[in-house]
Unconditional design. Structure first.
Length: 329
C-alpha cells in the first residue's frame, strides 16, 4: 500500500470534512492499495487502513462517509440500511480523482509501455487481410493482437467500415469490408494495470472519393489539439482549440463528441476535454486527444493518441504513424 497516497487522501478527507472513506475492489482501491482485493478498504483520518468483509462494522453511526463512486448500488444500500439515516454518504470522487489525475513518473512509464503495446497491435493489424472480412471478424483478431502484445485485458475494440465509420459509437457487425472502404479502428486495454487507447484509419486498396482531403483536416486538427496540452490551460480551452479548427475547415457540424478524456487506471477518467470542464491541466496529467469528422451515410475519420502534459508541453505516448494506413489485403 502506498503510504504517500494514503496520507494525501487523508489530508483531503480532513479538508472535505469526511470521517470515513470506504473503497471496494476498483481502480480507486488499486490506486491506494496496489491491488484490487476482496472486501472493502476503510480509511479514517488516523489509524491504519483496514481491509474488511463488512465496511459498516467500522463506520460509526452518524459519521460523514465518502463512498467509492464505483460501488454497486446494492452494496451501498446494504451499508446504508445497517447504519440508518443519521449517517451521511457522499461520493469519494472529489477526494481521489484530483490525486489520480496527476500521474507519477512510474505511472507515466507504465502508460508509455501500454501505448507502445497498442502501437505494436496497430502495426500488426496493418498486415492482416481486411478485404472480404467482416467487422466482427476483424474485431476478434484485434482483441487477440492486444493480448499478444502484452495487454492483460481488452477494454475496447471498434471496427467501423464504410458508412459505419461515420457513427461515433458503432459496434462491429457482420458488414463485409470491401475495397474502397475507409475503416475506423479504435483499440485499447489494460497493460500492467494502465490503459491504452488509440484510433487509426485504414483504407482498403484506395480511399473513397474526397476522403483524403477530409482526413488531412483531422490530421492537422489532431496535431494542433495535442500541442494545446500544456500546463496552465484548461480542459475546456483544449476542446475549444480542436472545435474551432474543425469549424474553420467547414466541418464544424460534423464533430459531435468531446475532444478527449483522461486515461490511466481507467479507460475513461477525469479530466474530460469538453467545453464544461474547467480543470487546469498540470504536468503529469494524461489525456486522449481524439478529434473527428463524421459525414453521415458516407464515412468518418478519427485520430486518437494518449498525450502526457510535461513541464514544457505535450508529449505523445503513442508513436504509431498517423498517416492513412492503406492495405491491399
Amino acid at each position: 500500500m502506498s503510504d504517500d497516497r494514503v496520507e494525501r487522501v487523508r489530508a483531503r478527507m480532513i479538508e472535505h470534512g469526511v470521517d470515513v472513506l470506504v473503497l471496494r475492489p476498483s481502480s480507486n482501491l488499486r490506486y491506494l492499495a496496489g491491488s484490487a482485493r476482496h472486501g472493502f478498504l476503510v480509511i479514517t483520518p488516523d489509524g491504519p487502513p483496514e481491509h474488511v468483509p463488512d465496511a459498516s462494522s467500522l463506520i460509526p453511526v452518524g459519521a460523514r462517509v465518502a463512498i467509492d463512486p464505483q460501488m454497486p448500488a446494492h452494496e451501498l444500500l446494504s451499508i446504508q440500511e445497517r447504519l440508518g439515516p443519521q449517517t451521511l454518504f457522499a461520493s469519494a470522487e472529489p477526494l481521489i480523482a484530483p490525486l489520480r489525475m496527476r500521474k507519477s513518473d512510474a505511472e507515466i512509464a507504465a502508460m508509455e509501455r501500454a501505448a507502445v503495446a497498442a502501437d505494436r497491435a496497430v502495426a500488426m493489424a496493418s498486415e492482416l487481410r481486411w478485404s472480404g472480412a467482416t467487422e466482427r471478424e476483424m474485431a476478434r483478431l484485434l482483441r487477440l493482437l492486444l493480448l499478444e502484445t502484452g495487454h492483460d485485458e481488452v477494454t475496447l475494440v471498434t471496427v467501423a467500415a464504410g458508412e459505419h465509420s461515420a457513427a461515433p459509437y458503432h459496434r462491429p457487425t457482420e458488414r463485409v469490408i470491401n475495397p474502397g472502404d475507409a475503416v475506423l479502428v479504435n483499440i485499447g486495454g489494460r497493460h500492467e494495470g494502465y490503459c491504452s487507447d488509440i484510433t487509426r484509419m485504414f483504407v482498403v486498396a484506395e480511399p473513397p472519393e474526397d476522403f483524403e482531403a477530409m482526413y488531412s483536416v483531422v490530421l492537422a486538427v489532431h496535431s494542433a489539439a495535442c500541442e494545446a496540452v500544456r500546463p496552465g490551460v484548461t480542459a475546456a480551452e483544449i476542446d475549444e482549440v480542436c472545435r474551432a479548427a474543425i469549424a474553420a475547415s467547414g466541418y464544424g457540424l460534423f464533430f459531435v463528441h468531446r475532444t478527449g478524456h483522461g486515461v490511466g487506471l481507467d479507460q475513461f477518467e477525469p479530466p474530460y476535454l469538453t467545453s464544461e470542464d474547467r480543470t487546469v491541466i498540470e504536468p503529469g496529467m494524461t489525456v486522449s486527444v481524439q478529434p473527428a469528422i463524421y459525414l453521415p451515410g458516407l464515412y468518418g475519420a478519427r485520430i486518437e493518441d494518449v498525450v502526457v502534459c510535461t513541464d514544457v508541453g505535450a508529449r505523445r505516448l503513442n508513436q504509431s504513424p498517423r498517416l492513412l494506413i492503406v492495405t491491399d489485403r
